[in-house]
Design a protein. Structure first.
Length: 143
């Protein structure tokens, strides 16, 4: 009986820590998206390539790579943090530019229009839900 209670409390603490870590990760992601949307500047960029890698199941992921020159600066080559399961259509952008929002303080921090991940509001709600779940589990199981 005592062993079951101790095991339940250990499980509760581990689950609380796991949800807390994921919540912190989502919070950082939401903050990055918020900061980029608040101080970011839109600019036209050239699509210069795509980096390909694989997920843990062996499926391909493609990260677009763009080049742009901010006003009064040097050319920046940056990779999108968001991936898709198909490569960007290079032919479609051969004569055109893609729209990119970049952080003037850290120009490597970009998002490509039409190639964005979850929105900042959705990411913030996910983070809050994870924290609330973690606290509820902690108070229910551990305390």
């Amino acid at each position: 009986m005592v062993a079951e209670v101790v095991l339940e409390k250990i499980f509760g603490v581990l689950l609380f820590l796991l949800l807390g870590i994921i919540g912190v990760s989502e919070s950082v992601n939401a903050w990055r998206k918020f900061r980029l949307s608040m101080r970011g500047e839109w600019i036209d960029a050239d699509l210069v390539g795509a980096r390909e890698d694989e997920d843990e199941d062996g499926r391909a992921r493609f990260y677009p790579v763009v080049a742009f020159t901010p006003p009064g600066g040097e050319e920046i080559i940056a990779e999108s943090p968001n991936w898709k399961s198909y490569p960007p259509k290079m032919e479609a952008f051969s004569d055109e530019k893609v729209r990119v929002i970049y952080d003037p303080v850290n120009p490597q921090s970009i998002e490509i229009a039409g190639y964005r991940g979850d929105g900042r509001v959705k990411t913030a709600f996910i983070a809050l839900a994870l924290f609330a779940t973690a606290v509820a589990l902690f108070t229910e199981i551990v305390l």
